[in-house]
Design a protein around this ligand. Structure first.
Ligand SMILES: [Zn+2]
Length: 262
């Protein structure tokens, strides 16, 4: 089996496990149309189904399905031989058998409480079961078994279940808090507030470096004065060097004159 196909079925099963409480051994409810197609495409259901699901599988059918397949006659005799191999799940219609599709619909009911995975090639039945939240459907495409992606109803139903679970959890937590207050008294519960470990204040590693104390403590006036002083000294240094150059020039010119005179 291709890895992609295996991953896909796993994902879908995971969805039904999480949202609708499905679990192994999975219960697959099989009808005559599925057996007929399997026969046509040479698929051995009993052998292939557990391999595809990657887990333990129980395969069922109903009296109504067997009856209908048998009554159709010779054209589906092969399918009849296959379908009657599976365990028969009591459907309650033994005395007054229903049409196979009706029987399966009644087995699934409004919410598929027994966690059936329905394996069928009946398109009308498939469409009807897609409307039931939490009803996985299995079909045959050529010679491969496939689990349908969760239907819209299943997805929406799953969200609803999660919302309810979350809601009930919150209510439960609130109730426990109330109970704690009742037993311990309000002060006790306050004292038990989380204690912070380590020194107070923000993490020093995540903070900017502090400015030097001297700079911080200096008054703005003092700082301005100091800056002015620095600028003055710089100016003087420049002036001095400039003056020095002028003096040197004068000395040079004087010495030149002297040498000319002599
Ligand atoms: Zn039945």
């Amino acid at each position: 089996m291709k890895i992609k196909r295996y991953k896909r079925v796993n994902k879908y099963l995971q969805f039904f496990r999480t949202n609708y409480g499905f679990h192994a051994p999975y219960q697959v409810l099989i009808d005559g149309t599925f057996c007929q197609r399997a026969l046509k495409n040479k698929v051995n259901i009993k052998e292939q189904l557990p391999k595809y699901m990657g887990d333990e599988v129980k395969m069922f059918t109903t009296v109504c399905v067997i009856n209908e397949t048998q009554n159709i006659g010779r054209s589906v005799y092969g399918a009849f031989l296959i379908v009657k191999q599976f365990d028969v799940r009591k459907c309650g219609h033994a005395k007054n058998p229903l049409k196979a599709a009706e029987c399966i619909r009644s087995m699934v009911g409004e919410e598929n409480a027994d966690h059936y995975i329905v394996a069928t090639s009946d398109l009308i039945l498939t469409q009807q079961l897609r409307k039931i939240p939490g009803c996985p459907l299995m079909y045959l495409k050529m010679n491969t078994l496939n689990l349908e992606p969760p239907s819209k109803a299943s997805v929406e139903g799953g969200h609803e279940i999660k919302r309810k679970q979350v809601g009930s959890d919150e209510v439960e937590i609130e109730r426990l808090k109330e109970l704690k207050k009742e037993i311990l008294g309000p002060q006790e519960t306050d004292i038990r507030k989380k204690k912070r470990k380590g020194p107070k204040g923000p993490n020093p590693l995540s903070c900017k470096k502090k400015k030097k104390k001297a700079e911080v403590n200096q008054k703005p006036d003092d700082k301005a004065k100091e800056d002015e002083e620095k600028r003055r000294r710089k100016r003087n240094r420049k002036k001095l060097s400039k003056n020095g150059k002028i003096v040197q020039k004068v000395i040079d010119s004087l010495s030149l004159e002297k040498s000319q005179e002599s």
